[in-house]
Design a protein around this ligand. Structure first.
Ligand code: FMN
Length: 184
């Protein structure tokens, strides 16, 4: 698949909140795209709860994990917040942000508060462009190495990290034929 050509990649956590519900997910399709003002872009699957919350509130937080959060990141990427509370399952502590409703993650090396500027459809994903409005660095941020994932690790299957009750998740919609052709 074409996306394999872009690994290894740094993985981050993205939080969003709306209507009293907060969620966190793993994201590796993310990149800085501008400096003045600081801007970043990330791509979220159209079925993602994080995308739902973020598009309602127009705000989100990018939390930069270090290696010690590898298992937490895998868990957050293995299932949807539609089914479990990923903060408590992954032992991630929510901290009130300064400029947005989405929570910071205490255990992360850095937290970047963002306001959504716009979206573009990317087929089964949505490209979200955000402006950085606040950055909080933890004491360990300068020493901690970024959390990287290789293509083999991605292919090995993140689902192993999902708690048992995630098996209640309804079957994913099958890709249409045109999509299948591109994937092969
Ligand atoms: C390391 C890692 C990186 C991921 N990167 C992305 C990504 O960039 N975009 C995306 O849509 N899903 C990505 N995923 C999968 C989502 O995290 C996963 O579909 C999650 O269940 C969505 O949760 P939500 O519905 O709570 O938002 C990644 C998963 C892992 C483990």
């Amino acid at each position: 698949m074409f996306k394999d050509l872009f690994y290894p990649r740094q993985a981050v956590l993205v939080t969003a909140a709306s209507g009293g519900k907060a969620n966190v997910t793993a994201v590796e399709w993310i990149t800085p795209i501008g400096e003045k003002p600081p801007m970043l872009a990330l791509s979220l699957h159209n079925t993602s709860l994080t995308l739902d919350l973020l598009s309602t509130s127009m705000e989100f937080v990018v939390a930069i994990p270090s290696e010690k959060l590898r298992d937490a990141v895998l868990l957050c990427g293995a299932t949807s917040g539609k089914f479990i509370d990923k903060f408590s399952e992954a032992a991630l502590t929510q901290v009130k942000a300064r400029r947005v409703a989405a929570p910071l993650i205490m255990e992360a090396a850095a937290n970047i508060e963002c306001k959504v500027l716009n979206y573009t459809s990317a087929g089964d994903h949505t490209l979200v462009v955000g402006e950085v409005v606040e950055i909080t660095l933890s004491k360990e941020s300068r020493e901690s190495a970024p959390l990287m994932f290789g293509v083999a690790e991605r292919k090995a299957g993140w689902q192993e990290k999902a708690p048992e009750r995630v098996l209640e998740k309804p079957a994913e919609k099958q890709p249409d034929k045109a999509q299948e052709k591109v994937e092969k």
